[in-house]
Design a protein around this ligand. Sequence first.
Ligand SMILES: Cc1ncc(COP(=O)(O)O)c(C=O)c1O
Length: 424
Amino acid sequence: MPFFSDKLSDRAKRLESAAIHKTKAVIADRTARGLESYNFVTGAVEFAMPEALQQRSDEVLHKAVLGEFGAVGGQVDTIDAILAKFKRENSIAGKRSEVIVCNGGKEVLSQAVEVLVNKGDEVVVFAPYWPSYESFIKREGGTPVFVQPDTESMKVTPEKLKAAITDKTKAVIINNPQNPGGAVYTKEELEAFAKVIEPTKAAVIADECFELFNYSGNKLTSFATLPGMRERTFTVNGIGKSYGKPGLRIGYGIGPEELVKTMRDLQSSGATHANVLGQAATAFLLNEVGQSHVPELDDFVKKNRDIMISGLRAIPQIKVHTPDSNYFAFPDVSGCFGMRTPNGKTLKTSQDVCDFMLDNGIVALDGKYCGMEGHIRMAFTLQPEQIEAGMQAMQGAFKTLVRVPGSQTELDTPSRASATARGA
Ligand SMILES: Cc1ncc(COP(=O)(O)O)c(C=O)c1O
């Protein structure tokens, strides 16, 4: 037996490698074999900052202090830039001790879950969801409780939220704008959630990382600004999505001091602080770019969205709604169930559909990882011509599917979510 096989902790055994990283390995393998792939899995906008901003950003990076430790929690100038951003753009006022800067929004969220969730605690998550929430919660021995949305609007109702909350609920994660369903909850809808949450003991983790990818026409309301919610809400954002800079790995959060202090203690026992170069870039981006790039970002993403949505709608077995936010289409592919591929395989699950697409060089994520079997997640972050070519390849592939007479077209694999779903 390999030496470490029986030495790993129970917590380590609960870790799962993100599904998205597994797909990256498949793409690398196809590329090495000289095969064309359209990567619709990775969600990072290939969006160049205007040249002047890029130059200025590079200067700031060069000036960043190297060779010295920074401060646990974050550099003061970065924290001040974050405080100014939250006040200016989200109407959330706070003090330095309420902010933490981490290596990506992902680490901020992971640490928030780590300091909040004990074994046996429940955390309510709205489907469809970003797969990492599920792994964070399970890693701590907690139970994710998934709430299914209306499949037209991709929104959860307050009644369903109410049915999902119990005495064991430690927190509710509200991701708005939402990945991958593309919903943007209005102020009124959030107020209704706040009314449900107020009489309970549940904390709120408000993930607003997709803030700038909002085409709903409604300005984003930050959950923490709703009456009575500030003291129980931890708000998360970052530069990965908003500025197309995921590689700098900077995310940040603002919330009550006692929570942030514990998160800082956790950071101090591990990474120590987020990298100072990324923090310098963050201060620059928040202070000097702000939201000035949004019109350009909107043009880019909306154009891509429209190409992908109309490409998907040209495939008769697929149903898809137009997302109001983020950069994912989340089509329902259950119309392909029961159809046979040219290799003789009958499609029965959304994973089968993803495998069939992968055989044709089109890479998508199985929606079961987002809590919705029967759907797939496809990012429209490539350049428009690549999306167009990918859609043509996909349309060609789906034309080769043949309906098997008498086959069942219903979902026949229970959703991973259903085991713990309430209010669904
Ligand atoms: C909903 C959501 N929140 C947060 C993140 C974290 O992003 P990052 O760690 O790049 O800041 C992601 C990344 O994909 C996401 O999809």
